[in-house]
Design a protein around this ligand. Structure first.
Ligand SMILES: *[C@@H]1O[C@H](CO)[C@@H](O)[C@H](O)[C@H]1NC(C)=O
Ligand SMILES: *[C@@H]1O[C@H](CO)[C@@H](O)[C@H](O)[C@H]1NC(C)=O
Ligand SMILES: *[C@@H]1O[C@H](CO)[C@@H](O)[C@H](O)[C@H]1NC(C)=O
Ligand SMILES: *[C@@H]1O[C@H](CO)[C@@H](O)[C@H](O)[C@H]1NC(C)=O
Ligand SMILES: *[C@@H]1O[C@H](CO)[C@@H](O)[C@H](O)[C@H]1NC(C)=O
Ligand SMILES: *[C@@H]1O[C@H](CO)[C@@H](O)[C@H](O)[C@H]1NC(C)=O
Ligand SMILES: *[C@@H]1O[C@H](CO)[C@@H](O)[C@H](O)[C@H]1NC(C)=O
Ligand SMILES: *[C@@H]1O[C@H](CO)[C@@H](O)[C@H](O)[C@H]1NC(C)=O
Ligand SMILES: *[C@@H]1O[C@H](CO)[C@@H](O)[C@H](O)[C@H]1NC(C)=O
Ligand SMILES: *[C@@H]1O[C@H](CO)[C@@H](O)[C@H](O)[C@H]1NC(C)=O
Ligand SMILES: *[C@@H]1O[C@H](CO)[C@@H](O)[C@H](O)[C@H]1NC(C)=O
Ligand SMILES: *[C@@H]1O[C@H](CO)[C@@H](O)[C@H](O)[C@H]1NC(C)=O
Length: 411
């Protein structure tokens, strides 16, 4: 069980959400098909679930939902040859099967159609089904993708036909993989391009630098904490956006708090907050104490899974961010960037952290990053003070003059 505390404004009324992750997330399916030379010809990773409605012998309607696809097999999936195109076949149990086929065109390939079959003869899955037999729904898809691009759709795609509702999301698929190397060039579904909801992966993988895709989404704010035997010892509330550059390809990922786990540890001189999620093997924030009276972010150590299966890792233990006195918290509502390396940076939003001296699970007074900015106000303040002094001098002079004058009269 994992606890998340989410709050729209850092530090304000925390809502405690208790998520049993395993019960919510459905399984990602993954297939890496190789040809006779052991080179990848088709790669796919995706999530799906189904809802099937059927009529019972007592004339009522029932629905069956399938979302736990952990025990799927992929028998019948083929790379394709001159006669047949590539095909993914998935079986779950003996009751359900699912097929998608692909065809190649001149410079594109097509996700041609999807078929889904279910067997109502199985009385444990379909108790009292009135009509018994194998039913199949065909869904023409016709997604056209440039050859050598990987299709990606994190958004939800829904197909509803006859008695079956199909949901697909977090889809990554490439057929006709060239030279056995899965492409890093993503071809997005329209929904991902225009999506106003936060998607976990939003790459700016476009050849032309003039095309800036809609990806200014801010990340959701997550609340993270670490406990030791004395209770909560580290608190962090922040929206996190990761920006990595690899082979000149920039990938921006918003961390989704409710699908991200966190752990950590607290010591007297260092504290660690570690996040992990489906794309993130680990993302470590290491805090340290300096001069015995201040803390700061000293190290970030990250390891991420890329779409094509390889791992991206970077660490820097010579950072100096989020500096504040011990016994207080550090806060920064505006967007800030932690530059870990030339190839990896973290954009933070509505940040508040306290890695040491947390009392009763609550943040202590905050040192705000905008205090740094007050320095810009200094010249203005000095100017204003000077003007004040000038006016004062002038006043004294005038009063003095008047005094002098009256003095003369009295004389
Ligand atoms: C299918 O997945 C979607 C997205 O996670 C979810 O909203 C929906 O409730 C799921 N349906 C079933 C039947 O599990
Ligand atoms: C399907 O594949 C699994 C493992 O991949 C294998 O154990 C099983 O025998 C296969 N079934 C058929 C019908 O080929
Ligand atoms: C793909 O599947 C659909 C439906 O099962 C079928 O009609 C079509 O002929 C198949 N295409 C290829 C190239 O196998
Ligand atoms: C695949 O290899 C061939 C020959 O080595 C090369 O011409 C082609 O550009 C490569 N394709 C990709 C997508 O790397
Ligand atoms: C817990 O609190 C006690 C008393 O304040 C302190 O001596 C001890 O070191 C603390 N333990 C940890 C793990 O912080
Ligand atoms: C940490 O400790 C606090 C207070 O002792 C408790 O409310 C909270 O549930 C704990 N959090 C975790 C993640 O164990
Ligand atoms: C991501 O990093 C690249 C390279 O440092 C930079 O040009 C780009 O503006 C950054 N994007 C975001 C959203 O931070
Ligand atoms: C995560 O949060 C988003 C928005 O707050 C919500 O739409 C989504 O259903 C949540 N997902 C899970 C697995 O709770
Ligand atoms: C985070 O890592 C733990 C332990 O390695 C793992 O059990 C958990 O599933 C991971 N969480 C996510 C969201 O992937
Ligand atoms: C797919 O399998 C091939 C051969 O086993 C391997 O070289 C490749 O790295 C795998 N790719 C992915 C994305 O898992
Ligand atoms: C995956 O993509 C990265 C970044 O483009 C690249 O450096 C790496 O070699 C690729 N790995 C595989 C197995 O294709
Ligand atoms: C980063 O973390 C990994 C896993 O904990 C560890 O093996 C590695 O040494 C760390 N790297 C640095 C530079 O701290």
């Amino acid at each position: 069980m994992v606890f998340f505390r989410l709050s729209p404004v850092p530090g304000s009324g925390l809502v405690v959400l208790c998520l049993i992750l395993g019960a919510i997330s459905s399984y990602a399916l993954e297939l890496n098909l190789t040809n006779s030379k052991n080179a990848t010809c088709l790669y796919a990773k995706w999530r799906m679930n189904f809802t099937i409605g059927y009529e019972t012998t007592s004339k009522s309607n029932k629905t069956v939902t399938i979302s736990d696809l952990g025990n799927a097999t992929y028998n019948g999936s083929i790379c394709g040859d001159d006669q047949n195109g590539p095909k993914i076949e998935v079986q779950f149990g003996s009751v359900f099967s699912w097929t998608v086929n692909f065809t190649k065109e001149k410079s594109t390939y097509l996700i041609e159609s999807i078929s889904f079959s279910y067997d109502t003869n199985d009385s444990t899955t379909f108790p009292d089904a009135k009509k018994k037999g194998i039913f199949t729904v065909h869904e023409p898809v016709a997604f056209r993708i440039p050859l050598n691009d990987i299709f990606r759709c994190n958004s939800m795609l829904t197909a509803e036909k006859k008695d079956v509702i199909q949901h697909y999301w977090d889809v990554h698929v490439q057929a006709f993989v060239q030279n056995g190397t899965v492409s890093t060039k993503e071809f997005l579904c329209d929904k991902d391009k225009t999506s106003t909801t936060v998607v976990p992966v939003t790459p700016t993988t476009l050849p032309s630098p003039t095309t800036t895709p809609a990806q200014k989404e801010k990340p959701e704010i997550g609340s993270y904490s670490v406990n030791n035997t004395n209770g909560t010892c580290l608190l962090a509330t922040m929206g996190l956006q990761l920006n990595m550059t690899q082979d000149k390809v920039v990938t921006v990922i918003n961390i989704k708090p409710n699908t991200t786990d966190f752990t950590g540890s607290c010591h007297s001189q260092t504290a660690l907050l570690r996040l992990n999620g489906s794309n993130i093997k680990y993302l470590d924030f290491v805090f340290a104490v300096k001069n015995e009276n201040r803390f700061y972010l000293k190290e970030v150590n990250v390891s991420m899974y890329l779409v094509n299966g390889s791992v991206f890792s970077i660490a820097n233990n010579n950072l100096s961010y989020w500096d504040a006195p011990l016994g207080s918290s550090y806060m920064c509502n505006k967007e800030q960037t932690v530059s870990v390396s030339g190839a990896f940076q973290i954009n933070t939003f509505y940040l508040r952290v306290q890695p040491f001296n947390v009392i009763e699970g609550k943040y202590s007074t905050a040192q705000d990053c905008s205090a740094d900015e007050d320095n810009f106000l200094v010249p203005i303040a000095v100017g204003a003070a000077l003007a004040g002094v000038l006016i004062l001098v002038l006043l004294i002079y005038l009063i003095g003059l008047k005094h002098h004058h009256t003095g003369y009269e009295q004389f």
